[in-house]
Design a protein around this ligand. Structure first.
Ligand SMILES: [Zn+2]
Length: 302
């Protein structure tokens, strides 16, 4: 790739960051979300996911213990460390695996609220107890966070703005192995990483070799996600009311999801939007986002 292309990509990326920030700032506040955010205990009963990742809730969620071998939960004051038992198991297994390899401690960000549902800030998903953010900043073996750091931790970005691959000053083989291990877990449906991180993984693990295509396919490039990897589980078999997501398209996605492709795609959309004729009247807001009706019972059950 020539210099001019890289510069163009950087500019497009900058435009896309600004554009997305504007879109997010304009997002309507979801109705009823404060009721979900106020919950402090899971709904009783067996684990049961209702709805989907971005439009759902969970009964019988389980709390991830705040500390365990190889992991520690960040910002416990937010009460976002609840999930389906399968999600709790995946995180504990990943922590134990990191611990066994002497990689230190995984920092665990948001899972779901005690009963799932929309969050008051921070996420468009994580509603069904099947999503979790694992930070890419690893705590060296033997090191612990102070209580103050844990309540207000500092993320470390693995990507320099506009760079097409992960920052070699901070990104290590351990990070690559961590994402691969999570993606190879059959309970995991997909992961989200920054496009530059996906490009780095594609380079480190050629899609044609060693069955890499299988797990790379699950690793999806998405904006943000430069300081954490987002892990999303399949719908669990105990939850017939769980709405799955279509599987990722076939192939490793290394061509399609390369950084430049992704940045160009978004930049084109923004350009189209900017050049479209101004609307005559302000668009009428759609119905407020809500959870499936069956989630009403999850919210009210005692
Ligand atoms: Zn997330």
């Amino acid at each position: 790739m020539g210099r001019g292309t890289v510069g163009g990509t950087q500019r497009r990326y900058a435009a896309l960051v600004v554009g997305l920030a504007a879109l997010l700032a304009a997002s309507p506040v979801a109705a009823g979300e404060s009721a979900w955010s106020r919950q402090t205990e899971p709904a009783p009963g067996p684990a049961r996911v209702i709805g989907g990742y971005t439009h759902g809730c969970i009964a019988g969620a389980v709390a991830l213990p705040l500390d365990g071998p190889g992991y520690t939960v960040l910002r416990p004051q937010r009460l976002r460390y609840f999930g389906h038992p399968a999600l709790i198991a995946v995180i504990r297994d990943l922590g134990a695996w990191a611990d066994r390899h002497g990689w230190g401690t995984l920092l665990v960000g948001d899972l779901s609220q005690p009963r799932g549902g929309p969050m008051s800030y921070g996420h468009a998903s994580h509603e069904a107890g099947l999503d979790a953010d694992i930070w890419l900043r690893l705590l060296p073996p033997g090191q612990r966070l102070s209580d103050a750091e844990r309540r207000d931790p500092t993320p470390v970005s693995m990507v320099r703005t506009g760079a097409p691959t992960a920052d070699p000053a901070v990104w290590t083989d351990t990070h690559a192995a961590l994402v691969r291990a999570a993606a190879q877990d059959p309970r995991v449906a997909r992961l989200f990483v920054n496009p530059a991180i996906k490009a780095t993984l594609c380079r480190a693990f050629p899609p044609d070799a060693d069955g890499n295509t299988r797990w790379l396919q699950k690793v999806r490039a998405w904006y943000g996600h430069d300081s954490h990897v987002h892990i999303r589980l399949h719908c669990p078999s105990d939850s017939p009311g769980c709405v799955p997501q279509d599987p990722p398209p076939p192939g490793a996605g290394c061509e399609a999801e390369g950084f430049a492709w992704w940045a160009n795609r978004i930049a084109d959309r923004l350009t189209q939007k900017a050049s479209a004729p101004a609307p005559v009247a302000a668009p009428v807001a759609g119905p407020p986002q809500s959870v499936p009706e069956a989630c009403g019972g999850v919210l009210s059950s005692r």
